[in-house]
Design a protein around this ligand. Structure first.
Ligand code: ZN
Length: 109
């Protein structure tokens, strides 16, 4: 088994432990996170400057992608380096929680 395969398996195991189960959308998130890390920062795999902006529907299995990205990039909701843009299944944006706290956000001009 190559070192690359061992590393992918290690990251998949870590992601499934974080997420609670293994699934195809979690794998997609891990693959996206790995690609971003490799393209944007090949020297330092835990780049503190990396930010992730993810646009997915807030329903499974799409939301599983978020945990795959969090586990591989170290961009999390908690450290505020992961910004999620929630959409509907037909890709229309849904206003996120931050905007819902603004009482004027939904008012029409
Ligand atoms: Zn899942």
């Amino acid at each position: 088994m190559s070192e690359e395969t061992k590393e992918i398996r290690k990251q998949m195991k870590k992601a499934s432990e974080l997420h609670g189960h293994m699934g195809p959308f979690l794998v997609i998130g891990v693959r996206i996170g790995r690609a971003a890390e490799q393209i944007l920062n090949p020297e330092n795999q835990q780049n503190k400057e990396l930010r992730a902006s993810v646009k997915v529907p807030l329903s499974t299995p799409f939301s599983c992608i978020l945990d795959g990205i969090q586990s591989t990039t170290h961009c999390t909701v908690g450290n505020r380096r992961l910004h999620k843009k929630i959409t509907t299944r037909d890709n229309r944006p849904i206003r996120d929680q931050r905007h819902r706290q603004d009482p004027n956000y939904n008012r029409q001009p």
